[in-house]
Write a protein that binds this ligand. Structure first.
Ligand code: PLP
Length: 391
């Protein structure tokens, strides 16, 4: 029996599967069970910013696993203490952090704590936004295919057009608990939040006593050329910053960073059994050390420019637009992208969809220029070949 057959026997059925079994990774490369090699521009949906199987992460996990894996946050812990210190130093003025296990949990906490702080219910999110799948984060998520099967969702969530200042001005009022925005919309097609829009959101929140929640689950940790994408915008300081994905070098972890406008939090208000466990904290400490030592934000900025230029040189009538920030890149086609993603995989490049017409590239930030150039060549080849659209 193949891996695919065995997994299919008892899987939930919740995931659209690609017919390969990935069994090994190193840097920006992955290998399947037949030994075929891929350049990874998926990174496990934006997790592997540091590349796969970094020896520093392997060492940190192994050593911590032999020392202490679990320690509920009602006890202090050396790894957690150090991580809180270092994590909050990355986002000046957000000097508290709630540690959890995933992106959706980090958003969920921000929503709850914004409601707690303001005593209000209304949350304003953006069209095309994606914030996760638990009920609160899902209520802020735009795609109706994700939402409708689970309605009724949490009440008092509304959506405005992203990058539309006027729409935001009309929506935010004295009943607003929070405005919740991605700094760069990932799942919604790679749209960068404009300075004007993000700063208007901040101003409206301050004027109306509401909280600004910035979701950097996908755009965080050097992906866009800064440690966090909001740091591209002078003067922008969120009240909550939601992060996860690559925070701990691939080990599951999330965090909600919390600013001074948020009310003092009391014991018991919110918690998580696994949140802040020493294993994830040790992995994250090792990850943060690599981000800094290898200056991965600068690498992402420079390689992102290089890759965008490679993509802009591709000659094809199928391309509508190339856009991105750092190594968070979208290639929008004039038609459905599913067959092209499959054709790329057949030729050894793993990429992600972002809606129906955008191919998303989230490579590890350690990817080489040669590998990026090869990805661009492969895209050119795939766009020139006839593809089978059986979706
Ligand atoms: N927020 C954003 C911007 C995301 O891209 C994602 C996942 O892709 C999430 C939240 C949810 O993260 P998770 O899948 O870890 O719950």
């Amino acid at each position: 029996m193949t891996i695919q057959e065995l997994e299919s026997r008892h899987t939930s059925g919740l995931y659209a599967k690609r017919d390969i079994a990935l069994v090994r990774g190193e840097g920006a490369l992955l290998w399947d069970s037949n030994g075929k090699q891929y350049i990874d521009c998926d990174s496990g949906h934006g997790v592997a910013n540091l590349g796969h199987c970094r020896p520093e992460i392997v060492k940190a996990i192994s050593e911590q696993a032999a020392r202490l894996v679990t320690c509920f946050e009602s006890y202090y812990n050396d790894q957690r203490a150090q991580l809180l210190e270092q994590l909050t130093a990355l986002a000046p003025s957000l000097n508290r952090a709630y540690l959890c296990n995933s992106g959706t949990e980090s958003v969920e906490a921000a929503i709850k704590l914004a409601r707690f702080t303001t005593g209000r219910a209304k949350i304003i999110a953006a069209m095309r936004g994606f914030h996760g799948r638990t009920m609160g984060a899902l209520s802020a998520t735009w795609n109706k295919n994700y939402r409708q099967p689970f309605e009724p969702l949490v009440p008092e969530f509304t959506h405005v057009a992203y990058n539309n200042v006027e729409a935001l001005q009309q929506a935010v009022d004295e009943n607003t608990a929070a405005v919740l925005l991605e700094a760069v919309q990932g799942e919604g097609g790679i749209h960068v939040g404009s300075d004007e829009f993000m700063l208007a959101a901040q101003k409206l929140c301050h004027q109306n006593g509401a909280m600004l929640i910035i979701d950097e689950v996908q755009s965080g940790f050097a992906r866009t050329g800064k440690m966090f994408a909001y740091q591209h915008i002078d003067g922008l300081v969120p009240d909550f910053l939601c992060v996860a994905k690559s925070i701990a070098g691939g080990v599951p972890m999330g965090a909600t960073l919390i600013g001074p406008r948020v009310k003092e939090l009391q014991p018991g208000l919110h918690s998580s059994t696994f949140g802040g466990n020493p294993l994830s904290c040790a992995a994250s400490l090792a990850a943060l050390e690599i981000f800094e030592r290898e200056n991965l934000a600068t690498q992402a900025a420079e390689k992102g420019e290089f890759f965008l230029n490679c993509l802009r040189q591709i000659q094809s009538p199928l391309i509508r637009e190339v856009r991105g920030l750092g190594l968070m890149v979208g290639l929008e086609l004039k038609q459905k992208i599913a067959p092209y993603i499959r054709a790329l995989m057949d030729r050894g490049v793993l990429a992600l969809p972002s809606g129906m017409t955008v191919i998303r590239f989230l490579p590890p930030l350690v990817i080489s220029h040669e590998q990026l150039a090869l990805v661009a060549e492969t895209i050119q080849a795939v766009l020139n070949q006839p593809v089978k659209d059986d979706n």
